[in-house]
Design a protein around this ligand. Structure first.
Ligand SMILES: NC(=O)c1ccc[n+]([C@@H]2O[C@H](COP(=O)([O-])OP(=O)(O)OC[C@H]3O[C@@H](n4cnc5c(N)ncnc54)[C@H](OP(=O)(O)O)[C@@H]3O)[C@@H](O)[C@H]2O)c1
Length: 323
C-alpha cells in the first residue's frame, strides 16, 4: 500500500480524525509518523483561541485538514448560513493559526463541488471560478474555495508550503448509511443489502440509471494525500490545488449491478425515470495527479467488497454510522 517512503514531517495534525477521511488518514499514517488529533469537544476549529492554544501546545509541523461540516443536498440548501460560516471559519482559523505557529506544511481538503455547475467534463483544475456554482451546495463550495484560496495566498505572499486537494466522490469504512442523508453509493449498498436479506424480487433505483459518476476508495485517497504531503512531489512544482480521483466513471445502473453482485442480491434492478438523474456526467481530470506519480490502486469491485465487509461488521456491532 505504501508508496511514499519518506514523510519529512515529524508530527502531523489530522484535523477531523473521526470522519471518514480523517480516520483513513490515521490508518495510513499510523506506522510512519506521529499523528496528533483532537476531539471536537476539546477543539472547536472555529474557535481561534482554542486553535492557537492547540498549535502552541502540540507544535505539529504539518496539518492535513479533513474537518468539515458536511451534509446532503437538503441540509445544504435549507441551512446555507452554517454551511458557509462554519466551514469558512474552520478553514480561516486553522490555516492562519497554523502559519502563525510555524506549521511548515498544510494540505487543505475540499471537494469537486468547488467547480462550476456546468463545468466541462472531465473537470480540470483550471475550471475553478469560470462559472456559477451549483446552487444547492453554493455555500459549502464558497467556504471550500475560501480555504483553497487562503492556502494559495499564504504560498504566494509568504512562500508557505500550503496547498489543497480536491477529492472526487469517496466511499469506504466510516461512510454514512443514513436512509435519507447518505450519498448514492452507501445508500445503494444499504438498499441492496436489505433487499437481499428480505428476499425482495426487485430494487428500484432513482432516475434513468444513465448518469455517470466516479468513486474513489477512501484508503486510496489517504494514500494519495500522504503522497502529496511530500513537497515537491516527485520533483514537479506542487500545484495550488489538485484533483484526486480515479478519472474513471460508470453509470449509476452499472454501479447498482456491481453492488448487487457484491452483496449477493439476485433480484431485478428497476429504474424510475420519473425521478431526477442530476448532472449527466461528473468526472475529474486526474492528469496532474498522475504526473506526480500517484494512481489509485483499489478498483471499484475490490473497494465495494472491503466496504461491505466493514458494513456487515458495523451492523453486527450496532455501530453503523447514520447521521
Ligand atoms: N465523503 C465524501 O464523499 C467526500 C468527497 C469529496 C471530498 N470530501 C471532503 O473530505 C473532507 C472530509 O469529509 P468526510 O467525508 O471525512 O466528512 P465527515 O466524515 O463528516 O468528517 C468530518 C469531520 O470534521 C469534524 N468537524 C466538523 N466540524 C468541526 C469543528 N467545528 N471542529 C472540529 N472538528 C469538526 C467532524 O467531527 P465530529 O466527528 O465530532 O462530527 C468529523 O470528524 C471534507 O472536506 C469533504 O468536503 C468528502
Amino acid at each position: 500500500m505504501t508508496i511514499t517512503n519518506r514523510i519529512p514531517y515529524r508530527r502531523i495534525f489530522v484535523a477531523g480524525h473521526r470522519g471518514m477521511v480523517g480516520a483513513a488518514l490515521c490508518r495510513r499514517l499510523q506506522d510512519e509518523a506521529e499523528v496528533v488529533t483532537a476531539d471536537r469537544h476539546d477543539l472547536d476549529l472555529k474557535d481561534r483561541e482554542a486553535v492557537d492554544r492547540f498549535f502552541a501546545k502540540h507544535q505539529p509541523d504539518a496539518v492535513i485538514f479533513a474537518a468539515a461540516k458536511v451534509g446532503g443536498i437538503g441540509a445544504n440548501s435549507a441551512y446555507p448560513v452554517p454551511f458557509l460560516v462554519d466551514n469558512a471559519l474552520m478553514a480561516i482559523q486553522t490555516i492562519s493559526s497554523a502559519y502563525e505557529h510555524g506549521v511548515e506544511r498544510f494540505l487543505f481538503l475540499g471537494s469537486t463541488c468547488i467547480y462550476p455547475r456546468d463545468c466541462p467534463q472531465p473537470m480540470r483544475e483550471e475550471a475553478l471560478l469560470t462559472g456559477p456554482l451549483e446552487s444547492t451546495n453554493e455555500a459549502y463550495a464558497l467556504a471550500k474555495i475560501t480555504g483553497l484560496k487562503l492556502c494559495q495566498y499564504y504560498r504566494s505572499q509568504f512562500g508557505a508550503k500550503y496547498n489543497s486537494a480536491m477529492p472526487t466522490n469517496l466511499y469506504g469504512p466510516g461512510d454514512n448509511y443514513h436512509p435519507e442523508h447518505s450519498h448514492v453509493l452507501p445508500a445503494l449498498l444499504r438498499r441492496f443489502h436489505e433487499a437481499a436479506c428480505a428476499g425482495d424480487p426487485s430494487v428500484t433505483i432513482w432516475g434513468t440509471g444513465k448518469a455517470r459518476r466516479e468513486f474513489l476508495y477512501v484508503d486510496d485517497l489517504a494514500d494519495a494525500l500522504v503522497h502529496l504531503l511530500v513537497w515537491p512531489e516527485s520533483g514537479t512544482e506542487p500545484a495550488d490545488w489538485l484533483n484526486v480521483g480515479t478519472g474513471l466513471d460508470l453509470t449509476i445502473l452499472e454501479l447498482a449491478s456491481r453492488i448487487a453482485e457484491v452483496v449477493g442480491y439476485r433480484g431485478q434492478i428497476v429504474t424510475d425515470p420519473s425521478r431526477p438523474d442530476g448532472t449527466p456526467v461528473k468526472r475529474t481530470d486526474v492528469t496532474r495527479l498522475h504526473q506526480t506519480g500517484w494512481r489509485h490502486r483499489i478498483d471499484l469491485t475490490e473497494g465495494l467488497r472491503r466496504t461491505y465487509a466493514v458494513f456487515l461488521e458495523e451492523s453486527r456491532q450496532g455501530c453503523l454510522r447514520q447521521v
